[in-house]
Design a protein. Structure first.
Length: 187
């Protein structure tokens, strides 16, 4: 009977350790990702209660494109950042079923060592990127910069002509494209 209980304890410990988040080591982070490094946001983001889920809800505290952040830590499910110097600590939760990305891939979409060159965009696109909004006439790259990436559960391919975003946990909106430009927005 004792052996049975010991065996059960070993199994339970093994399962609980397997469920723990794994801190990524330096050689697992990728060439451009360094804990303690300074990066810039590549998309307009919003966070609530110090959490930014990569599901990309369009509500909460705004974080404009080209905002400086410091990488505090990264594991297989989260990216811990500090916005400002010193500033607000935020946890980026990679919701892989909505991004299709590993945490490192999500990091690469959200942050980079260099700022986004806004000169590649039209005046209309720059205005919307700075506000975190979308309007008719914007190109696809400008849309992802202005409001981030749509969840793959509703938009499996960025070559599609309709992208579905979540305004919050309960409401969505659709950005329609024609010839690579926003043709209308259905809220």
């Amino acid at each position: 009977m004792r052996l049975f209980f010991r065996g059960m304890i070993v199994i339970m410990l093994s399962l609980s350790l397997a469920a723990c988040k794994k801190k990524l080591e330096a050689d697992e982070l990728g060439v451009a990702i360094t804990e303690g490094g300074i990066y810039y946001t590549q998309v307009f983001m919003h966070y609530e209660k110090n959490i930014y889920p990569t599901t990309n809800y369009q509500v909460g505290v705004p974080v404009p494109v080209n905002t400086q952040i410091k990488l505090l830590g990264i594991d297989d499910a989260t990216i811990n950042i500090e916005i400002g110097n010193p500033g607000q600590k935020v946890v980026v939760k990679n919701i892989q079923k909505h991004t299709g990305d590993t945490t490192q891939q999500a990091f690469g979409k959200l942050f980079a060592k260099q700022q986004v060159n806004l000169n590649q965009f039209s005046a209309l696109e720059k205005e919307n990127i700075n506000k975190g909004t979308v309007s008719v006439g914007m190109g696809k790259k400008a849309v992802t910069t202005a409001i981030g990436y749509p969840p793959i559960t509703r938009t499996p391919n960025l070559s599609a002509n309709a992208w579905v975003f979540w305004r919050n946990k309960f409401n969505t909106f659709i950005v329609n494209f024609k010839d690579g430009k926003v043709s209308d927005i259905i809220d």
